[in-house]
Design a protein around this ligand. Sequence first.
Ligand SMILES: [Zn+2]
Length: 178
Amino acid sequence: MAQKKIVKKAVKKAVKKIEKKTVKKVEKKAEKKIEKKVEKQVEKKVEAKKRKLSKTELGHYRARLLAERDRILRELGRITEAINESAEEQEAAKQSYSNHLADLGTDYMEKEKNYYYADQEGQYLKAIEVAMERLDRGEYGLCIECGDLISEKRLEAVPAAELCIKCKDKKEKLERGH
Ligand SMILES: [Zn+2]
């Protein structure tokens, strides 16, 4: 009887020991799995942050930015000319008294429109120049908000883009207030 009890106790102890060991093993395995997963995630993130445009791609965007800058400068020249011309015309009209008031009004609107265009183009020119500076610093093509690479499609459409599409949407939603 006593012997049976001892055996029972011993078996119980052994089972408990094995159970404990198994639990520990499973726990360790799970831990290792999680660790590996986290490691992989971090690696992936670092990789995403590290990714940069290739030299060929950078050369392509540099050429595009330069072309855009040339186009804007030409456009600004044209607008300036138009503003000067309309100023001369207005002066001439005032002196000859031949122009109707309506014509002067149209001239005035034309001038306002040209000022507006000049302002818009000027702002765009600034954005292009900032993008070129970022290119020189090796930051071009990376979102200034999250550091991710801006998609090729977006850079093609907006070569001066500083935000990836996700961050741009987020910012626009914030600006709209919802
Ligand atoms: Zn972003």
